[in-house]
Ligand binder design. Structure first.
Ligand code: M6R
Length: 615
């Protein structure tokens, strides 16, 4: 839930770390800090606020020279966002300094024990407890820093990605992970440490991803040593060559990442099916599915676990799998699934969906499913992420980096990938006629150009946003495949504009929400041609009679809804099954423009973070 960056090498560390922290702000942005070793002492600068506030403080403050340093951008867990609670944190002697992403669950007990031994704490954080525990272990055992970190980490319960630096041993940084991601960039005579590879991609393409329970001893001019924290075994470092490039993680001329990512969807969807869908041969091929085809086909049910937008993609997938492959599907919030006693066995397939591949609840759900004997398949975007490693098999969406906190292209690419899987299973099971199968393949390939067409509604959506930006509540209605799209539209609006919004199946309106409707209530209704159209038109009439303001998402050429609605946004004709890939787009744009018109920070909405690596 926080971003960490470290550098040890021959360049000035401060600009590298600050730039890296900016790229990691999607992970948290309520405070930021940096610690630099100038050859004599460690200088720490930290502040409540964003990395830009840290930059300002650096300009007006401390010495920030040095070729070794660590930095942090925070999303508060223990202790409110303020200067003192910001990382890095010192140990009592002032020799050790640490940055941490995660939560130390037993920090209160450890803190009490350390206080009994005379330790004093400045902050309310669990991290300051950890650095003092390391110091205590180091002193009592007369250990080197690496050993002290290892012994201390064996005493903590929780999740962490940490980097620790010792003034007495200035050529070394110790990094370790459990449950929070950590990558080490390996350059020529320099090393980088970061929550993902984006802070160091312009310096090196070589990276080592630490696994859970691993720690790295990173020394200048020496090979990095990796050790298992629990069993003390040395692990040979696996250096991966990264394909990521810098342009992909920058805004590319758009004002915000969110807008860039909305407009990237035609390409992102293509990237998802590229190499997997061969329309002329009528083939869908994904190694992760092919290798386990029998397991999928013999599954008594598929359970999808996910959170937020990924959960909504799972709901769309439920409709798709059941219609095409006739396999029963349940969709569960990972956070609920993990704490009940779900009926899951080795006859089940569990699909975990996650853009980041780091969501703590989804990871915990996966572990539980595995313990119960289920086969677990991951649908992730971030290559090498924890979920992609924790699952038995999986497939990447290949959407490219999604930086905006509000998920956009992750949603449409997840749906694309899950549709490919459902079609593959339907073909193998024979639950779909050949002609329907081929029709879907052909149609899937037309989706990117149709998405491009929907994106032309950009200006119209902005204009509609102008009219309704001051509304206090919104309703989103859809049926069937488009019910999850209504939920997703409402989530997008809530999270970036802070306007209350609810998504409902259109027919449920009469069971309660209809009481909310008056002339001040904008209602977005997804009313495309194939999908209970007549029923939705009746729902729209019911809204009209209560003076609600109707924004209809309709199929191009629609006349019936047009004659009743206050506004319509057209999408090209498509089958009902694939329509969510189109109807979602105007809802993303609408929430984007409303948030912009309200002057909200769309890429970094308040209280949120891109990947939720805590419970
Ligand atoms: O990385 P994940 O897909 O696992 O993230 C799940 C949710 O945290 C995420 O979708 C969240 O709801 C987004 N902010 C929605 O836009």
């Amino acid at each position: 839930m926080c971003g960490i960056v470290g550098y040890i090498g021959y360049r000035e560390a401060q600009p590298i770390i600050v730039k890296g922290l900016k790229r990691l702000e999607y992970r948290g942005y309520d405070s930021a800090g940096i610690a630099l070793f100038d050859g004599k002492e460690i200088n720490v600068t930290k502040t409540k606020g964003k990395v830009s506030d840290l930059e300002e403080k650096i300009l007006n403050g401390n010495n920030t020279s040095g070729t070794i340093g660590i930095g942090h951008t925070r999303w508060a867990t223990h202790g409110i966002p303020n200067d003192v609670n910001s990382h890095p944190h010192y140990s009592n002697s002032g020799d050790l300094v640490i940055i941490h992403n995660g939560i130390i669950e037993n920090y209160a007990t450890i803190k009490q024990e350390l206080e009994n031994r005379g330790y004093v704490f400045q902050s309310d954080t669990d991290t300051e407890v950890l650095v003092n525990l390391i110091e205590d272990v180091q002193k009592n055992g007369n250990f080197k820093l690496g050993k002290a970190v290892q012994v201390a980490l064996n005493q903590v319960i929780g999740a962490y990605a940490i980097a620790v630096f010792d003034l007495k041993k200035p050529n070394e940084i110790i990094a370790a992970r459990l449950g929070s991601p950590l990558a080490i960039g390996v350059g020529e005579g320099e090393f980088f440490i970061a929550s993902d590879a984006s802070p160091f991609i312009e310096y090196t393409n070589n990276a080592i991803y630490l696994e859970d329970e691993e720690m790295a001893i990173i020394r200048l001019h020496k090979d990095t040593k990796i050790r298992n924290i629990t069993n003390d075994r040395l692990v040979s470092p696996y250096v991966q060559e990264l394909k990521l490039n810098l342009e992909e993680i920058e805004k590319g001329g758009y004002e915000h990442f969110m807008l860039k990512e909305i407009f990237e969807q035609p390409e992102a969807i293509k990237d998802t099916y590229r190499g997997r869908l061969n329309v002329s041969k009528g083939i869908i091929k994904m190694a992760g599915v092919e290798d386990h085809l029998e397991t999928f086909l013999n599954a008594q049910k598929i359970t999808i676990v996910a959170c937020g937008t990924s959960w909504h993609a799972g709901l769309v997938a439920e409709y798709v799998f059941e219609k095409l492959a006739r396999i029963p599907v349940e969709v569960e919030y990972a956070s609920e699934f993990r704490y009940r006693n779900p009926v899951i066995s080795n006859k089940d397939v569990v699909i975990a969906i996650s853009q980041s591949g780091e969501t703590a609840d989804t990871l915990a759900a996966i572990k539980l499913a595995k313990e119960n004997g289920a086969f677990v398949f991951g649908v992730c975007n971030v290559v090498g992420s924890s979920i992609s490693r924790e699952t038995h098999s999986g497939a990447y969406t290949h959407a490219g980096p999604e930086i905006g906190v509000a998920s956009t292209k992750a949603f449409t690419t997840q749906i694309t990938l899950l549709t490919l899987i459902a079609l593959r299973l339907a073909k193998a099971k024979g639950t779909l006629s050949n002609s329907d199968y081929k029709r879907y393949l052909v149609e899937l390939e037309t989706i990117p150009s149709k998405v491009e067409e929907v994106l032309e509604a950009d200006k119209l959506t902005k204009m509609i946003g102008e009219i309704y930006k001051d509304a206090s509540n919104f309703l989103y209605l859809g049926r069937g495949f488009n019910f999850p799209v209504a939920l997703e539209g409402a989530l997008k609006l809530k999270e970036i504009s802070y306007i209350h919004a609810e998504g409902y199946p259109a027919a449920e309106m009469k069971h309660g929400p209809i009481a909310l409707i008056d002339e001040n209530m904008p209602i977005v209704v997804i009313a495309t041609k194939y999908g209970h159209y007549e029923k939705i038109v009746s729902n729209i009439q019911e809204i009209k009679s209560r003076k609600g303001k109707i924004i209809g998402i309709v199929t191009k050429g629609d006349t019936q809804v047009k004659s009743i609605a206050d506004h319509i946004i057209e999408v090209p004709e498509s089958s009902e099954l694939l329509s969510p890939l189109l109807t979602t787009i105007p809802l993303q744009l609408l929430s984007y423009y409303i948030a912009i018109l309200l002057n909200k920070n769309v890429d970094q909405p308040r209280n949120l973070a891109k990947s939720v690596t805590v419970e």
